[in-house]
Write a protein that binds this ligand. Structure first.
Ligand code: AHR
Length: 322
């Protein structure tokens, strides 16, 4: 554990670690054994989330980091409990993928008091005190929403009726992907979101909400915007069961870029997906090692995303890692 060491002592010890060839290998400065990191994960609601968990677990194993993993099953209360337990166990650093944006300040203050750095991955939080976490490693979700809307505007000549499948209420990707999408369609008076409802980033809920949309709006629906691929894949099932051709009768654009979404694009059932990188293990542990060595890290470490559509799916599918 590093608590109690001054920054100078940490850096000095780090120098010894470098000499011993140990630095950067998940080992405490000075070669005193592996570092311990607690990871509070949202849950396993989507293929994206499973890929993120695997990336962090694999990278910890690769570096000899002792990882304490807690799956919160979609509940913030479970995440807060897990973080408190990591603090009590005096881990060296804590990674949190926060399920929602608000409500983190008390537990983050406890981590700060215990001098345990917190790295947020994939989702941001709302706080008036940014010193409560070391950095956020994530995509720009607003930009992802903009990319999805711009693609749809181009494909439809700026005229279509859209139904929107939102992610978990209060979650950064749900809020920001809705915001970015709305920003762009506001520039196209012919584009309208006729229904919008949460489906919690889950496939079964995406299907159920889409069934309700079809019942209410029927053939008025020109396009689906899903905040993630899993909900889009659920919507595809609902459309097929209603006798419609997803990808043709109804255009579908989503976010994540999971392998199954590429397969759906190759089959012609999904039109486009905006990639959101879940493979955050390497950058997360590089960053933790820098923080523990006393280095400054940026407050936001942005991951770059790009949009794939049917024209590039077949070529890209073979190299997809998640
Ligand atoms: O925070 C990232 C989002 O959470 C992904 O888009 C979604 O699939 C996941 O559940």
């Amino acid at each position: 554990m590093l608590k109690g060491m001054t920054r100078r002592a940490v850096l000095g010890a780090m120098g010894v670690g470098v000499l011993l060839g140990l630095a950067g290998a998940g080992v405490q400065p000075g070669g005193k054994g592996p570092i311990t990191v607690g990871f509070s994960q949202v849950g396993a609601e989507s293929a994206w989330r499973t890929a993120e968990t695997k990336s962090i677990k694999d990278e910890a194993a690769e570096r000899g980091v002792e990882l304490k993993f807690a799956d919160a099953q979609g509940k913030q209360a479970n995440q807060i409990r897990a973080v408190r337990s990591f603090i009590n166990q005096r881990v060296d650093a804590i990674i949190i993928a926060p399920v929602v944006e608000t409500g983190w300040e008390p537990v983050l203050r406890e981590a700060k008091r215990a001098k345990i750095p917190v790295v947020l991955v994939d989702r941001g939080i709302k706080t008036s005190d940014e010193s409560l976490y070391a950095t956020l490693i994530a995509s720009d979700f607003v930009e992802e929403g903009r990319m999805a809307a711009a693609w749809l505007a181009e494909k439809t000549g700026g005229a279509c009726r859209i139904v929107e499948l939102q992610g978990t209420t209060g979650a950064a990707p749900a809020i920001d992907r809705q915001k970015g999408f709305a920003e762009v369609i506001a520039e196209h008076p012919g584009m309208e979101v006729i229904k919008s409802q949460p489906a919690d980033f889950e496939r079964a809920k995406g299907k159920a909400v889409m069934q309700a949309f079809i019942k209410a709006e029927g053939e008025r629906i020109d396009a689906v915007y899903a905040h993630n691929d899993d909900m889009a894949l659920g919507a595809i099932q609902a459309l097929e069961e209603a006798g419609l051709k997803p990808g043709e009768d109804v255009l579908i654009v989503s976010v994540d870029g999971v392998k199954e979404a590429f397969a759906a694009m190759v089959e012609g059932k999904l039109n486009a997906t905006v990639e959101c990188n879940p493979l955050l293990g390497p950058i997360a542990f590089d960053t933790i090692e820098k923080i523990l060595a006393g280095e400054e890290v940026p407050k936001f470490i942005k991951q770059e995303d790009r949009l794939f559509d049917r024209s590039t799916a077949a070529e890209a599918i073979g190299s997809r890692e998640y």
